[in-house]
Write a protein that binds this ligand. Structure first.
Ligand SMILES: Cc1cc2nc3c(=O)[nH]c(=O)nc-3n(C[C@H](O)[C@H](O)[C@H](O)COP(=O)(O)OP(=O)(O)OC[C@H]3O[C@@H](n4cnc5c(N)ncnc54)[C@H](O)[C@@H]3O)c2cc1C
Length: 503
């Protein structure tokens, strides 16, 4: 008997983690699913490709942190082994090496956040500054990723939060500002305190090993997305590249019916958007239909952030102490990371010269520079961190400018972020900027929101099995107790006091 799901045409827009996650699951359940991707390569921000000179490049190196349980589960299901072992990392300022991170999972397990606090090796930051983070633990407990918590903390900047809780100026400059520049791609004065607390808890504070990270042994495109797309196609899903969606038309009942892609029209029974904030803003601004809905018009209040991804090939091998590194203090509002690809990528293991990837976040002021100017700057900055690069010559480079590419979790932005369900009953949203209560961030969040959108399609049509989404590891017992007491206290206070303060 033929699968009834086959009769349902599902269109997914955007082939990043979210779009591929949704397409894969729906294809496995027998749906007639087509993925439309604007660029020539699937993968979205994580896409990788080969230059005309045969070099592998990608729009920035991507780490996969210990709590990415759903992505790790996926690569097992796909029978891939794309990752390096967990790596230690370093942190540099213009003064040299500032921090060495251990492999937290190898250290005796302590109740969080003690392990993070005790095992991280700060070279210069005095203990008194590190201790000034302690009062912030109250905000960490109070922010439980609920809708109420987002509303309480989202209108405050992360800088204001750190200031209110007494974080020292030095700890702010040397730890929190760099963490936000790399984790949320923006300086704390431009980040929502809610996003900062959510991101810090997920990647660093929830459990001791959470900050441990693995990398792909080549581009994520080659190691994960290409084999993944092949498996999706084998399951019956269609992945069409070079298809930029320009509009979504509705039928008389207000259901999404037709997706316009330049001259092409695709008919649909349900549509999943899996594009970035800037991608959906472009679709809405050119759409006569989506423009009618305040929730879509309001997306104009959201923004993206510029990122610069560079890869330099050197004429000689320079010893780099850590394969992955974060840097601060080089430009006032820009953070950057650099990676030793000879260690991380199989392709460069036997290269005679160093291959270094250096990615810059919140790189607005760097994007207008010429490629030559960028290479000179990157060479100089890397030489400041690892002096051996002073005498090395750059023999090839790749410069990728990602304009407005990553989500800006600005203060006050939460009210405009969309949930998976929209006012259009068969149009679902996914991507790393969509509201979900899962608690994950970045690639893992994008993948999960794709699965959540696929599950809504299954719920709507009643065919197939919902994707099993692995929840994040539960809070440690002492955090659970602290959160329970805090919530009870908050509820008690609210029932006694008429709260007239601003929320
Ligand atoms: C330099 C850099 C470093 C990063 N480092 C990390 C990291 O170490 N770890 C981590 O977890 N995350 C990292 N991230 C974040 C991560 O890349 C994103 O969170 C994740 O890739 C988002 O996936 P997505 O599916 O939501 O969206 P995207 O990857 O943005 O995919 C959206 C897709 O939609 C397509 N599209 C847009 N408009 C249209 C249209 N009109 N029609 C059809 N298709 C369209 C785009 O071409 C794109 O392929 C990094 C990002 C950058 C830029």
């Amino acid at each position: 008997m033929s699968n009834p799901a086959r009769q349902k045409r599902i269109l997914v827009i955007g082939a990043g983690w979210a779009g591929l996650g949704a397409t894969h699951h729906l294809a496995k359940q027998g749906y007639n699913v087509t993925l439309l991707e604007a660029s020539p390569h699937p993968g979205g921000l994580v896409a990788g490709w080969t230059t005309s000179g045969g070099r592998s490049v990608e729009g920035g190196i991507h780490g996969f942190w210990y709590p990415y349980r759903n992505i790790f589960h996926l690569v097992d299901e796909l029978k891939l082994s794309p990752f390096t072992p967990f790596t230690r990392s370093g942190q540099y300022s213009p003064n040299g090496l500032e921090v060495e991170s251990p492999l937290f999972q190898n250290e005796p397990r302590l109740p969080t956040p003690l392990g993070t606090f005790l095992y991280t090796h700060f070279k210069r930051l005095p203990l008194i500054d590190r201790l000034s983070a302690l009062p912030l633990l109250y905000a960490v407990i109070d922010f439980d990723n609920s809708h109420d918590a987002w509303q309480r903390y989202d209108k405050v900047t992360a800088r204001e939060l750190f200031k209110q809780f007494g974080v020292s100026a030095r700890l702010y400059k040397e730890a929190f500002e760099p963490m936000l520049l790399v984790g949320l791609f923006a300086p704390p004065e431009q980040c929502s305190a809610a996003a900062a607390l959510g991101m810090l808890y997920y990647f660093i504070l929830a459990h001791q090993p959470d900050f441990d990270v693995v990398w792909c042994r080549g581009t994520v495109g080659e190691k994960i997305f290409q084999p993944w797309v092949r498996q999706i196609e084998d399951t019956g899903g269609k992945v069409l590249t070079n298809r930029r969606v320009t509009d979504i038309l509705l039928d008389k009942e207000g259901y999404a019916k037709t997706v316009i892609c330049g001259e092409e029209r695709f008919e649909a029974d349900a549509v999943i958007s899996a594009v970035s904030v800037s991608g959906i803003k472009k679709i809405v601004s050119g759409s006569q239909t989506l423009n009618q809905y305040p929730e879509f018009r309001n997306l104009a209040n959201l923004g993206g952030i510029d990122v610069l991804a560079t890869r330099l090939w050197f004429d000689r091998m320079v010893n780099v102490p850590f394969a992955s590194n974060a840097c601060f203090g080089f430009d006032p509002t820009t953070g950057w990371t650099f990676f030793d690809l000879n260690t991380l990528h199989d392709e460069y293991k036997y290269e005679t010269g160093s291959v270094i990837e250096a990615d810059f976040y919140h790189a607005n002021q760097l994007l207008p520079m010429t490629d030559e100017q960028i290479v000179e700057k990157v060479h100089q900055d890397i030489s400041t961190c690892v002096p051996g690069f002073h005498s090395a010559r750059v023999i090839d480079c790749s410069i990728i400018r990602v304009r407005q590419g990553v989500t800006h979790f600005a203060p006050g932005s939460y009210q405009y972020l969309l949930p998976a369900k929209t006012s259009i009953a068969n149009l679902f949203m996914s991507g790393d900027w969509i509201v979900t209560r899962h608690g994950s961030w970045s690639q893992e969040k994008a993948y999960i929101t794709g699965l959540e959108a696929a599950n809504l399609v299954i719920e709507q049509f009643g065919f197939g099995k919902e994707a099993e989404i692995i929840p994040i590891e539960p809070d440690e017992p002492h955090i659970q107790v602290a959160r329970t007491i805090n919530t009870s206290w908050r509820n008690l206070m609210q029932s006694f006091i008429l709260d007239s303060r601003l929320p």
